[in-house]
Ligand binder design. Structure first.
Ligand code: NAD
Ligand code: UDP
Length: 335
């Protein structure tokens, strides 16, 4: 089958980008990965190729390097860019706010300038539900007030605003900012998934390490939240559903100026629900202890995903059982 065109995936070697590359290819486009591998491994690109049955082109480059970005965009004829490259650790962003501004915000500026130079007018951007700050109402729809509660969140807000200016600055430009809720899980093949470096910050990778015996127990951050079981509630979304959402956005980009769209399931799960689903589905124990609340956390956050349904014809299909099953299978892929 002839390719429908080339899609450049910045950050395409990462957790989400690798799954997006697979879905983009399955939809008939040719993905090209661009990554500097600061938080990912080169072998991911080979594994994506293995999954697809043919190698995927990969450009080793930093989005902040204007020359490298010109060379990259000059060497392909990109129909669109899916811009996933970015640093995402909230704690690190508090310690190094300048690094986050430089990598995420200035990096996007450099990328957009290179796109301008080569006439690339379409972008799907990896935004985050962190732009809503502390939830004022639930479920969270796209008109919920915006605020940054940490430097990482500030970079997502800054980039969304930069993209507003970008679409206004030239004719026929199209952007979709996808505001992800909590992506988890892995590809059903167990060839690609999430492998954070060091001790994980996020719940699912932490649960996986505890289940494998690499960490002694899960600290549950707060057992007295105003939620049904007292533990924090989030909208976990399977990474393959999330990746499909990017293809849906890509297909409809030309009808958009700059739209912001939530990608979530609309269903909240508590920390203990995640732990219990993990134990039941995978037949393993996840020892845990209730600890004090984590600074900056909210009791509950979940999406109103109805705009994604209306605008993209997209809905999440996979549930918590598939998320915990696939996260576990990926963690055990090498024994
Ligand atoms: P990840 O760390 O696995 O992937 C990010 C990729 O970007 C990595 O491969 C990294 O090497 C690359 N990268 C970072 N800076 C770069 C640069 N300057 N030049 C080139 N490559 C660079 O993270 P992920 O979970 O796949 O996240 C992808 C995007 O989605 C990020 O923008 C993140 O902020 C956003 N996001 C993630 C989550 C989540 O929970 N995982 C939630 C909301 C939004
Ligand atoms: N959480 C927890 N222990 C951990 C990590 C997270 O209890 O070791 C809780 C956290 O308080 C929140 C939920 O799990 O209620 C999801 O946290 P995560 O950091 O994965 O996502 P975010 O809070 O950024 O939505």
């Amino acid at each position: 089958m002839a390719s429908r065109g080339t899609i450049l995936l910045t950050g395409g070697a990462g957790f989400i980008g690798s799954h997006v590359a697979v879905e983009v290819a399955a939809a008939g486009w040719t993905p090209v990965i661009l990554d500097n591998f600061c938080t990912s491994e080169r072998s991911v690109v080979e594994r994506v190729g293995e999954l697809l049955g043919s190698p995927v082109r990969c450009i080793g480059a930093d989005i902040r390097d204007a020359q490298a970005m010109h060379a990259a965009l000059g060497s392909i004829s990109a129909h669109a860019v899916i811009h996933l490259a970015g640093l995402k650790a909230v704690g690190e962003s508090v310690e190094k706010p300048e690094l986050y501004q430089d990598n995420n915000v200035r990096g996007t500026e450099v990328l957009l300038a290179a796109m301008d130079r080569f006439g690339v007018r379409r972008m799907v951007f990896s935004s985050s539900c962190t732009v809503y700050g502390t939830p004022q109402r639930l479920p969270i729809d796209e008109s919920h007030p915006l605020s940054a509660i940490n430097p990482y969140g500030q970079t997502k807000l800054d980039i969304e605003r930069m993209l507003d200016r970008w679409v206004d600055a030239g004719p026929d430009r199209h952007v979709c900012s996808l505001r992800y809720f909590n992506p988890v899980g892995a590809h059903a093949s167990a060839l690609i998934g999430e492998s954070p470096l060091g001790i994980p910050n996020n719940l699912m990778p932490f649960v996986v390490k505890v289940a494998r015996g690499e960490l002694p127990e899960l600290g549950v951050f707060g057992g007295d939240w105003p939620t049904p079981d007292g533990t924090g509630v989030r909208d976990y979304i399977h990474v393959v559903d999330l990746a499909r959402g990017h293809v849906a956005a890509l297909e409809r980009l030309d009808s958009m100026h700059h739209e912001r769209i939530n990608l979530g399931t609309g269903v909240g799960a508590s920390v203990l629900e995640v732990v219990h689903a993990f134990e039941r589905v995978n037949g393993v124990k996840v020892p845990y202890a209730i600890r004090p609340r984590r600074a900056g956390d909210a009791a509950a956050a979940y999406a109103d995903p109805s705009l994604a349904d209306r605008r993209l014809g997209w809905r999440a299909r996979l549930g918590l059982d598939e998320m915990v099953r696939d996260a576990w299978a990926f963690a055990n892929r090498c024994g």
